[in-house]
Design a protein around this ligand. Structure first.
Ligand code: AMP
Length: 268
């Protein structure tokens, strides 16, 4: 069984003088996508730490913080034989009384896509990830391309703040029908779950030449409420007219009450 650690001091003590640590930050409700990151972490370091922390500062007003799935026992079970340490701090351990600092990332990469629809989200992410990196001081930190914009922002923060860690992105794990695994997929009812694979299918069609406007019409007709569907440069997130070899196609859409995001490389 992995060691369950709930305080910063205990984690620091356990990792003191350890020069081969990989950290996989998560919000729990673990699925095969998370586990793929943990397995990759194992190839990169001797000690694998998974953090489980539903970070309140990255949820906006009216978002699903209160009902975000919490499945701690199942998560620990899934990490058996895969992680060495599971770090599960409380909210007050991370944000004690008097806490007053935010890591704020400016520029295009934080202002477009999810940064536009969720204006406080990425400062919350940048803050908590900076803290987790400072707490665990890992050699490598592993993130999923599922949250591609988040990955770019974390790379920016680590470079800008000179945090000595190697940030690595891993590919998106999907269901057989193409739906990207997400802790939020459990919010989908049966009929929404049947419709949801259209997201990935449509991204692939755009890559193959389907115009964005037509793709939007098709998805809207099927019941999606699109937040954004855009082609952007895979490093700067500048908007592009057409898929290119250095672009990604990004989508965020509501299906019922569930907000789903996905993206694919448009490299041929
Ligand atoms: P979350 O628990 O949703 O904050 O995700 C924790 C980490 O798992 C993030 O780096 C995500 O990008 C990554 N992740 C979530 N879903 C997937 C997926 N389907 N495939 C690969 N990585 C994922």
């Amino acid at each position: 069984m992995p060691k369950i650690i709930r305080t910063i001091s205990a984690l620091r003590e356990l990792l003191a003088n350890n020069n081969s640590v990989a950290l996989v930050p998560t919000m729990g409700a673990l699925h095969a996508g998370h586990i793929s990151l943990v397995e990759y972490a194992r190839t990169k370091a001797n000690t694998v730490v998974v953090s489980i922390f539903v970070n309140p500062t990255q949820f906006g007003v009216g978002e699903d913080f209160d009902k975000y799935p919490k499945t701690e026992n199942e998560d620990i079970e899934k990490l058996r034989g895969k992680a060495d340490i599971v770090f599960i701090p409380s909210v007050t351990e991370i944000y004690p009384e008097g806490y007053a600092t935010t890591v704020s990332v400016s520029g295009n990469i934080t202002q477009v896509l999810c940064g536009k629809s969720r204006p406080t989200h990425f400062n919350g992410v940048a803050t908590v990830v900076s803290k987790l990196l400072m707490i665990a001081m890992p050699n490598v930190a592993i993130f999923g391309e599922k949250d591609y914009q988040q990955l770019l922002i974390i790379k920016r923060v680590v470079a800008d703040l000179n945090i000595p860690v190697d940030v690595i992105g891993c590919p998106i794990v999907r269901e057989k029908d193409g739906l990207a695994l997400s802790s939020r997929n459990r919010y989908l009812n049966d009929s929404e779950r049947t419709t949801a694979p259209m997201i990935y299918k449509t991204l692939c069609e755009i890559k193959d030449g389907l115009p964005i406007d037509e793709a939007k019409q098709k998805l809207t007709k099927a019941g999606f409420k699109i937040d954004y569907l855009e082609i952007r440069d895979n490093k700067t997130l500048e908007i592009l007219e057409k898929p290119t070899n250095s672009a990604r196609i990004f989508i965020a859409t509501y299906l019922g009450n569930c907000r789903l995001i996905d993206n694919i490389s448009s490299k041929i």
